[in-house]
Write a protein that binds this ligand. Structure first.
Ligand code: F3S
Length: 396
């Protein structure tokens, strides 16, 4: 028995009158709503589903996807997918065949349910959500970015609840779907110059651990670029459960004068960056940019820097982005390819099988990758801004 109010039509779905797939999905979100004290469901503008890589979901979840597709499960709202662990142009040729097959079977099930293979953790480059739109997004980096930078409203969904919302078109009305839960609780003053996107990432990792799930108002960010804010969002969500932040230009809520206060000094950011660089060598096997997935501008900058230069022999250089942005960046992609780098579409390095490619040390501009790679990829890490990563990747 659920306490949440359901409309007559929602009840029919819940009772199975609209088929098993929709019933299962309705039961997932109704249960979630009950657990978090929601009193009703609300429609969502879009859903973003994580749990696409075979590395993270394995056989049981793959079977569940197949059951939903077999039972006629179909998406009801605009829905995007997180990256996978392989790609058809490059990694597929080097990874074990069995993993590639398992991965492609997962994509097949999503396609049967009507998903386009967007395969990205930056779905907002494909289509920006409307301001104040309610979303059901999984992928923590995109959630923080959507709530904090794009002004959309989404809880931090898991893969199953985002999938259920994609099929039902609704989400429970709780958490940051409600204005009263979006008020900052901690006032953070950054007393340090953040010189590049990796420093923004290190700040995010530091604050994520400190804040856990408390929403901050962050002052002292200066004039961050889109990339800086994307790195901050991803890192905050990697080390903590924060699902949004406010920043300088927002009006200071009057209630904040009694809020908890935190000051971040330069030494905190340096120490965090140092801790994120675990490598015992200065020579990486892989230099990787694209966590979260690169924008067209980032790829353009990388291509310009690489023009006329060559990637060092024996070194892998990857730029990860969505299939959509890769297509838009065709000419830059060619340029990076001529230099010996690879622009991988729809791939997440963290949920790929880099260890099977002999990659032991990863250099990256992403604090989120540096945070996860030691456990997820059994790799040592070097965290450095894009300019240093490119210098390391190129000869001469
Ligand atoms: Fe995206 Fe993977 Fe990083 S999903 S945010 S590239 S860990």
């Amino acid at each position: 028995m659920i306490r949440l109010y359901l409309t007559r039509e929602e009840e029919r779905v819940y009772d199975g009158e609209r088929g098993w797939a929709r019933q299962m999905c309705m039961r997932i979100i109704a249960k979630l709503g009950d657990l978090f004290g929601a009193d009703k469901l609300i429609p969502v503008e879009s859903a973003h589903v994580s749990g696409v890589s075979y590395k993270t979901i394995g056989d049981n979840a793959s079977d569940f996807l197949k059951s939903l597709a077999d039972a006629g499960g179909k998406i009801k709202v605009g829905a995007t997918l997180n990256p996978q662990g392989s790609d058809s142009e490059y990694l597929e040729k080097h990874l074990p065949k069995q993993l590639v097959e398992k991965q492609s079977n997962i994509l097949k099930q999503f396609e049967r349910m009507g998903f386009a293979l967007s395969l990205t953790c930056t779905p907002y480059y494909l289509k920006k959500p409307s301001k104040c739109a309610h979303l059901a997004w999984a992928e923590s980096s995109a959630i923080v970015y959507a709530n904090s930078i794009l002004g959309a409203w989404t809880n931090r969904e898991g893969g199953p609840s985002a999938l259920a919302s994609a099929i039902v078109g609704k989400t429970p009305d709780y958490g940051v779907h409600r204005a009263e839960n979006r008020i900052p609780k901690v006032l953070v003053n950054v007393n340090a110059k953040l010189e590049n996107e990796s420093a923004f990432g290190a700040l995010g990792i530091y604050l994520g651990k400190l804040l856990k799930a408390k929403i901050p108002l962050i002052q002292g960010l200066g004039k961050p670029s889109e990339t800086d804010l994307k790195q901050l969002s991803a890192a905050l969500a990697a080390s903590g459960m924060v699902n949004m932040f406010h920043r300088d230009q927002d009006n200071l809520p009057t209630k904040m004068k009694d809020a908890e206060k935190v000051t971040v000094e330069a030494k905190d950011i340096h120490r965090t960056a140092e801790e994120l660089s675990t490598a015992s060598t200065k020579k990486p096997d892989l230099v990787f940019i694209g966590c979260p997935h690169c924008s067209l501008n980032e790829i353009r900058r990388i291509a310009h820097f690489m023009k006329g230069k060559k990637v060092k022999t024996g070194l892998e250089f990857w730029v990860c982005t969505s299939p959509y942005v890769k297509e838009k960046a065709r000419n830059y992609v060619k340029q990076i390819g001529h230099s010996g780098g690879h622009v991988l579409a729809g791939v997440c390095t963290i949920v790929s099988w880099t260890e099977k490619l002999g990659i032991k040390t990863i250099m990256t501009n992403s604090a989120k990758t540096a945070f996860y790679a030691p456990t997820m990829n059994k790799a040592e890490t070097i965290l450095a801004p894009t300019s240093d990563c490119l210098k390391m990747a190129l000869q001469g």
